[in-house]
Design a protein around this ligand. Structure first.
Ligand code: PLP
Length: 413
């Protein structure tokens, strides 16, 4: 582990600030100035003014392209090619950056990476190598390839140029929003928050910077509490982009010096935030990208009239995960329900159950009717019905009416 003293930290900080000016001018040629707007619903929930910056609409679908572009630019002329290890947005960012600057790229992805991310990375012209069951194995393989081919390895977060590239987002915010009081920033390895904090604490020291981590990987929070970067146990999470075991040495140093607070969010808060963005903002955000919106929706953050910026950092979500989130979101609002029960196995019984649902304006989406399950009482069939309902109350009314007619059903979701 590399330990930074106070003077060294200042040196690092000011270098990032210098680099970020150059980074912004390079990056702006190849990326979008993503929009920022006030969300009146979130503002009402939080009791302040909430601005969202939509980096999910960025080239390659996330802010990660910023750091990747600047890093590839910095190695140009000296480099034979670049290598990265990533299961997600960094992979696409580096592949895109390499294609812009016309140098070869090799991206090592874990064998478990989603097909959509593999295909997207290939579509930017990268050579994709699938290696390792977990990220660490892909990471070691990428270093090996970089050594053997003489390519430059591009770290996803613990690199001064990558951090300066992400800092360009902070510079954009100063132009787009100007003065604000608080910013919420998701933390994976900590590259984004390090870049954004470096700029904002220099230009507007009064802005409070709050990091957001998933409960499934609270590595920065625990490292700061421990006084040094430590490795934590991780769990699977919908915010896969934030699941990192340990912060970097650079990102730990910058975050521990410049960030005011770190909070954690759970899986339910993350799914609710994705659902909210889809339904209310008509925009697709991935789990990691929704992390800074999650604590506002769940009421964890109260603003007391302050101006807050939330970063919607990425939109590359697997559509199967999205489907589950939509079903959960709708069921939470009582607009979709699944009921399960038994009906006597003779003609007209299922029809009667469906009539009850229809009489309450329930709209059937799917039905399972199973007579073979050995746990089903004799001469009965197991029935599971998924339907849309006007309200939560409707679902309860349907189940109690079915009960009054002698059918036993429970609400599953
Ligand atoms: C969408 C998204 N948001 C936030 C992050 C966190 O960025 P960092 O690793 O720089 O902390 C990531 C990291 O991959 C990401 O993909």
């Amino acid at each position: 582990m590399r330990v930074f003293k106070a003077m060294e930290f200042k040196d690092l900080w000011f270098k990032i600030i210098d680099y970020s000016i150059e980074a912004k001018s390079i990056i702006s040629k190849y990326t979008h100035m993503t929009p920022v707007s006030v969300s009146s619903t979130l503002s009402r929930i939080a009791g302040g003014t909430v601005y969202i910056k939509y980096e999910n609409l960025q080239k390659t679908g996330s802010f990660k392209v910023r750091g990747a572009l600047y890093k590839v630019y910095k190695v140009l002329g000296k480099s034979r090619g670049v290598v990265a290890a990533s299961a997600g947005n960094h992979a696409q960012g580096v592949a895109y950056a390499a294609s812009i600057f016309n140098i070869p790229s090799i991206i090592v992805m874990p064998e478990t990476a989603s097909i959509s991310k593999i295909e997207a990375t290939k579509s930017y012209g990268a050579d994709v190598i699938l290696y390792g069951k977990v990220f660490d194995e892909s990471y070691r393989k990428a270093l090996e390839i970089a050594n053997s081919k003489g390519y430059d390895f591009i770290h996803a977060f613990d690199d001064i140029h990558v951090i300066a590239g992400q800092a360009s987002l902070g510079l954009e915010l100063l132009e787009q929003v100007g003065d604000f009081d608080v910013i919420l920033v998701p933390i994976g390895g900590g590259g984004l928050i390090s870049g954004v904090a470096s700029i904002l604490k220099y230009r507007r020291p009064n802005i409070k910077i709050i990091g957001v981590e998933p409960e499934a990987a609270p590595k920065m929070l625990k490292s700061i509490n421990a006084g040094k970067p430590i490795e934590v146990d991780i769990k699977p999470s919908i915010a896969d982009g934030l699941i990192t075991k340990r912060p970097g040495d650079l990102t730990y140093t910058i975050t521990s010096n410049l960030v005011d607070d770190i909070i954690t969010v759970d899986e339910e808060e993350l799914s609710q935030a994705i659902y909210f963005m889809l339904e209310r903002k008509k925009t697709l955000v991935e789990g990691a990208g929704a992390a800074s919106i999650a604590p506002i929706i769940s009421g964890k953050i109260k603003l007391n009239g302050l101006k807050v910026v939330a970063l919607s950092t990425g939109g590359n979500i697997d559509l199967t995960a999205l489907n589950r989130i939509i079903i959960r979101g709708l069921s939470k609002l009582g607009r979709i329900a699944r009921i399960a029960g038994y009906v006597p196995d003779y003609p007209g019984q299922l029809k009667r159950v469906l009539e009850v649902i229809a009489s309450h304006r329930g709209n059937i989406l799917d039905i399972l009717h199973d007579r073979s399950d050995p746990r089903v009482p004799p001469w009965h069939a197991k029935v599971i019905i998924l339907f849309e309902a006007p309200t939560n109350k409707t679902v309860e009314d349907i189940v109690s009416e079915l009960k009054s007619e002698g059918y036993y059903f429970i609400i599953e979701i």
